[in-house]
Design a protein around this ligand. Structure first.
Ligand SMILES: [Zn+2]
Length: 252
C-alpha cells in the first residue's frame, strides 16, 4: 500500500464546478463534499453531460421521456446539495465522445462560471481497483473535462469566438478527480453525509433497491473516512495545476 495522507483535506474553493457524465453521478460521487463547501460559503454548479437516456432496462422505453425524468431527478438532488444550478449538455448516453464540440461546450461552462476547482471523473480508471469496469462515459467525460480545463479554458486562442464574444479565458487552479484508484486527498464529510443520501433518494428511476441505499452508501463513506480517521469521508485524486495562489480562496 502507498503511503497515504493522514490529515483531512483542508482547502476549499470559493467557486467549484462539478462535471459528470450522467444524472446521479454527482450524488454517487462528491455530493457530501459539495454540500460541505457550499455550507461554508462556496458557490457550486453542476454540469451533467448526458441526461441518462439509456439508464433503463426496457428497450421500448422512450429515451426522451426517461431523459426528462432523469433531469428532473438530478435538479431535485442538486437543490438538496445547494448547487446554484445545473447545466445539461445533452450528449448521447453511452456514446459520449471527447470531441471538439463537447470541449467547446465545457469551455463555455468554465469561462462563464469561472471556478477555482473542477471536480470530475478520474479519466485514468478503466478498471476499478475494487472490481468492475468504469463506464465509457465516465472515462470520456473525465478526459473531456481535463482537456477543457487545460489548456483550452485558459487559452484565448482556443475557440476564439468565445473570447471575442465576451467569455474571457479562465484558469482553473485545481482538479479533484473522484472514483479514483489513486486517491490522495480525503475530505471529512461527516456533517453533510446525510444530505448526500437524501439527494441520492431523488434518483427514483435508478434506485432498484432503495431500502439498501442507506447501508451501501454509508459503507462507502466509512471506508473513505478511514484514512483520515473520521466517520465519513470522500476521496479524491488532487491535481494542482496552478501553484501560484496568492489570491487563493479561503481554507476551510
Ligand atoms: Zn454514471
Amino acid at each position: 500500500m502507498p503511503e497515504v495522507a493522514k490529515a483531512p483535506h483542508g482547502w476549499r474553493p470559493a467557486r467549484f464546478l462539478v462535471i459528470t457524465a450522467h444524472p446521479d453521478d454527482a450524488e454517487f460521487g462528491p455530493a457530501a463534499t459539495a454540500a460541505k463547501w457550499i455550507d461554508a460559503g462556496s458557490i457550486g454548479r453542476l454540469v451533467c453531460c448526458t441526461s441518462g437516456d439509456q439508464g433503463g432496462e426496457d428497450a421500448d422505453l422512450d429515451p426522451l421521456t426517461l431523459a426528462a425524468t432523469r433531469e428532473a431527478e438530478q435538479s431535485a438532488a442538486a437543490a438538496i446539495i445547494g448547487y446554484e444550478g445545473v447545466s445539461y449538455l445533452h450528449q448521447p448516453d453511452g456514446a459520449v465522445a471527447n470531441d471538439l464540440p463537447l470541449r467547446e461546450l465545457l469551455v463555455r461552462e468554465i469561462r462563464a462560471f469561472r471556478p477555482d476547482a473542477v471536480l470530475t471523473h478520474d479519466p485514468d480508471v478503466l478498471f476499478y481497483a475494487g472490481g468492475g469496469v468504469n463506464h465509457t462515459d465516465h472515462r470520456t467525460v473525465g478526459i473531456a473535462a481535463v482537456d477543457a480545463v487545460f489548456p483550452a479554458a485558459r487559452n484565448p486562442m482556443a475557440f476564439p469566438a468565445l473570447a471575442q464574444g465576451g467569455l474571457a479565458p479562465h484558469r482553473v487552479r485545481r482538479l479533484y478527480l473522484f472514483w479514483s484508484n489513486a486517491p490522495d486527498a480525503w475530505v471529512d464529510v461527516t456533517d453533510t453525509y446525510d444530505r448526500r443520501i437524501d439527494a441520492l433518494r431523488c434518483h427514483v428511476s435508478q434506485l432498484h433497491h432503495p431500502e439498501r441505499l442507506d447501508e451501501r452508501i454509508r459503507a462507502w463513506g466509512a471506508e473513505e473516512g478511514e484514512p483520515i480517521g473520521v466517520a465519513y469521508g470522500e476521496a479524491f485524486r488532487l491535481v494542482v495545476i496552478d501553484e501560484d495562489e496568492e489570491d487563493a480562496p479561503e481554507v476551510v
